[in-house]
Design a binder for this molecule. Structure first.
Ligand code: URA
Length: 296
C-alpha cells in the first residue's frame, strides 16, 4: 500500500477514533487488502500499491457512518459550579452528577452514582475506569480488591495517606450487564465515559492537582490519551494543562500476581509512581527507590 493510501486511511481511522469509534465496518475486499498489507513482503507491497490504494479509499468511502455520538460535540466542557470553597464546589458537583439524567438515559449504566473520594487540595489525582460491585455498595471508588491494592501503593509505597490524594473514576456509574450481573464488571463504553467527562473535567479544574494518574488504558482513553499502557506509561502526557502519568490498573496487577508475574508488573507501576513523586518534588528515600528492584 502506498504511503499516500496509508496516510488517507490513517486520517480516516483517526477521525473515527476521535468520535470514540473502536471498530469500523470493512468490505471483504477492504479486509483482504489490509491483511495483505500485514502479510506481504515489502517488494510485493509496492506492486500491489495502486490496487490497495483504490480499495482502501473505496472501503473508507463506503463504510456507513457510525452514529454521530461525538461528531459535532466538543470533547467536554467544564460545568460552572459555584461555592465558597473547593469542598463546597465538589459537593455541589456530586449532587449535579447524581441528578443528571444523561448518563442514566443511555440505558446501559446502573442506577447508583459513585462520585469520588479524597482531598480537594490533593496534589495527585487518580482516575480509574468505573465503580465495581463493592464500590457501588459503599458508594466510594476503589474500595474492592483492586482498590485495596491501590491504597497499599499510596500508603505503603508513596508514604502518603489515602485521604490526601483524590480518587475518582472516568465513569461515575457501574456499567450494567445483561442478566444477573453478580460480581461481573465490564469496561465503560466511550459514550458512557463521555456522559461523565464534564464531571471529571470539572473535578480536575476545581482541584488543580499537580499530576493526574490514569489507571489503565480505559481511563487514559477517557482523557483522550489513546493506546496501550505499555506504550503510554513511564512518561508524562497532558490533560487540561496538567501532566498525566498513565500506568497499569491495579486489577491488572492482581491478575499478573495470579499468573506469577506480579513482581515485574509491580515494578512497572512503582517506576511510574516514582516519576510522579519526583515531578511534584516529594522526598524519596533510598528504601523507596529500591522497592521491586530485581536482586542483582
Ligand atoms: N476499578 C476502577 O477502575 N474503579 C473503581 O472504583 C474500582 C475498580
Amino acid at each position: 500500500m502506498s504511503k499516500e493510501a496509508i496516510v488517507m486511511l490513517r486520517a480516516y481511522l483517526d477521525r473515527q477514533a476521535v468520535k470514540g469509534v473502536k471498530r469500523v465496518p470493512l468490505t471483504q475486499t477492504g479486509r483482504e487488502s489490509l491483511r495483505a498489507l500485514v502479510k506481504t513482503p515489502l517488494g510485493k507491497r509496492r506492486e500491489a500499491a495502486a490496487e490497495a490504494k483504490i480499495k482502501a479509499i473505496e472501503t473508507a468511502a463506503k463504510a456507513p457512518l457510525p452514529a454521530p455520538v461525538a461528531a459535532s460535540e466538543p470533547m467536554a466542557t467544564a460545568i460552572d459550579v459555584q461555592g465558597s470553597s473547593k469542598e463546597e464546589r465538589l459537593a455541589r458537583l456530586a449532587v449535579m452528577a447524581e441528578e443528571d439524567p444523561k448518563p442514566r438515559a443511555l440505558g446501559t449504566l446502573r442506577e447508583v452514582m459513585v462520585f469520588a473520594v479524597g482531598s480537594a487540595d490533593a496534589q495527585i489525582l487518580f482516575v480509574g475506569e468505573a465503580p465495581g460491585a463493592e464500590e457501588e455498595r459503599q458508594r466510594e471508588p476503589f474500595v474492592g480488591p483492586a482498590g485495596q491494592l491501590l491504597t497499599k501503593i499510596i500508603t505503603n509505597g508513596m508514604g502518603i495517606r489515602r485521604e490526601d490524594v483524590y480518587i475518582t473514576n472516568i465513569c461515575k456509574f457501574r456499567p450494567g450487564m445483561e442478566g444477573v450481573q453478580g460480581s461481573r464488571n465490564r469496561q465503560p463504553m466511550p459514550e458512557e465515559m463521555r456522559a461523565c467527562l464534564p464531571y471529571v473535567l470539572t473535578e480536575i479544574n476545581i482541584i488543580q492537582p499537580r499530576v493526574i494518574v490514569a489507571l489503565g488504558a480505559t481511563a487514559a482513553a477517557g482523557l483522550g490519551i489513546e493506546g496501550g499502557v505499555g506504550r503510554l506509561r513511564a512518561r508524562f502526557h497532558e490533560f487540561s494543562g496538567i501532566p498525566v502519568m498513565v500506568t497499569y490498573h491495579p486489577s491488572w496487577l492482581l491478575r499478573q500476581e495470579q499468573d506469577g508475574k506480579g513482581m515485574e508488573a509491580k515494578r512497572f507501576v512503582w517506576e511510574d509512581m516514582l516519576m510522579v513523586m519526583e515531578r511534584i518534588g516529594m522526598p524519596i528515600s533510598e528504601k523507596q527507590r529500591g522497592f521491586f528492584k530485581p536482586k542483582a
